[in-house]
Design a protein around this ligand. Structure first.
Ligand code: PLP
Length: 359
């Protein structure tokens, strides 16, 4: 049996999707056959993004998707508010620094998300954009984007959201919540290999891109949108056809389950995971107001998270994640997103029990 991935990405890829990938090697990216597949793929992406607008597919991991939003929409010295609740929020801000934005930074204490009052205090009229992480994977925190949007959109600002570890598993309504740029990656809840990111754009964001002074060739949104037009959509350059074939099947599975049911399944599994860990006396790293449905972070008092990870990998063929940076040995992060069910959670808990019995 192959190793069970219980990490917050990459995640387990369904057999059905792997089979579709294997069948796709002879598809040429300039053929009608590809265009018809890509058209269906885009329809499915719109469904999971909960938007009527086109979604851009870029051949890069999530990080490329995040940086592309800065390159397409923001110019040097644009005043921007970055809100960070962990490692991935910090990285997004670093991308803003490298690209010479004029940054205000709301740095939230690790282990929780932002409260709206905190944002209210620092939000300025001059902010052209607010940039934030929906689900912070380093701390297992989910932020309230719906209400943040109400606040941000009181003035004419852009809302740019990193939903790399949430979209497709935790509800995020691009159109209803008036999000301008919504970014995710292929290797998490969308149950595919790493290597693609997807960017949803509001009408307002598209207009800003068209007029933007800063230019990028490879990540150019407007060029990608042009190629999506018509009955036979394509890409500006060679796309990862096999990843698209794989991800199309995973998206078909989400459609078959129904997006709301997919959210419910993640909600139920996350609650089950938290209940079972509580019974075992584990303390959560995440403040209770911000629990994530795609991963759970627990404190490891003995500070031997790496040892636990190694044991579970060697003895049970299950791979879980430790903390990042200074949390490396202090927390364990268990991913439960995408192609996940109760049996997988049960096996992981069992492996933790085994470690505790034998340590
Ligand atoms: N943002 C979040 C919330 C993530 O969890 C990740 C990856 O784990 C990224 C961004 C970066 O994505 P990638 O590693 O695909 O570049």
């Amino acid at each position: 049996m192959s190793q069970l991935l219980m990490t917050p990405g990459p995640t387990n890829i369904p057999k059905r999707s792997v089979n579709k990938m294997l069948e796709s090697f002879s598809i040429h990216h300039r053929s009608k056959e590809y265009s018809l597949m890509y058209k269906k793929f885009n329809e499915n992406l719109k469904y999971v993004f909960q938007t009527k607008n086109e979604i851009i597919t870029l051949p890069s991991s999530g990080t490329g998707g995040l940086e592309s939003s800065i390159l397409n929409l923001l110019n040097e010295n644009d005043k921007v508010l970055f809100i960070s609740v962990g490692v991935f929020g910090d990285r997004f801000k670093q991308m803003g620094e490298i690209n010479n934005l004029d940054i205000d930074f709301l740095d939230i204490k690790r282990g929780r998300g932002f409260y709206l009052e905190e944002v209210k205090k620092v939000l300025k009229k001059e902010h052209k954009a607010v940039i934030v992480t929906h689900n912070e994977t380093s701390t297992a925190v989910t932020n309230d984007i719906k209400n943040l949007s109400k606040l941000v959109k009181k003035e004419d600002r852009l809302l740019i959201v990193d939903a790399v570890s949430s979209l497709g598993a935790i509800d995020i309504k691009m159109d209803d919540w008036d999000i301008d740029v919504l970014i995710t990656g292929s290797q998490k809840s969308l149950m595919s290999p790493a290597g693609m990111c997807f960017v949803g754009l509001s009408d307002k964001a598209i207009e800003i891109c068209k007029k933007n002074k800063r230019k990028t060739y490879y990540f150019d949104y407007i060029s990608a949108l042009e190629y999506l037009k018509g009955d036979y959509p394509k890409n500006p350059y060679t796309p990862p056809v096999q990843l698209i074939a794989c991800c199309l099947e995973s998206l078909n599975m989400i459609k078959e389950e129904g997006l709301q049911n997919t959210f419910k399944r993640h909600d139920n599994l996350a609650k089950y995971m938290r209940e079972e860990l509580t019974k075992r006396d584990y303390e959560f790293y995440t403040h209770k107001d911000f629990y994530s449905n795609t991963l759970t972070a627990i404190k490891i008092k003995e500070q031997n998270a790496v040892e636990i990870q190694d044991y579970i990998k060697k003895k049970h063929n299950i791979y879980i994640a430790t903390g990042q940076q200074d949390l490396k040995n202090k927390i364990i992060r268990i991913g439960h997103m995408g192609n996940v069910n109760k049996d997988m959670i049960y096996r992981t808990l069992n492996a933790i029990d085994d470690y505790n019995k034998n340590k």
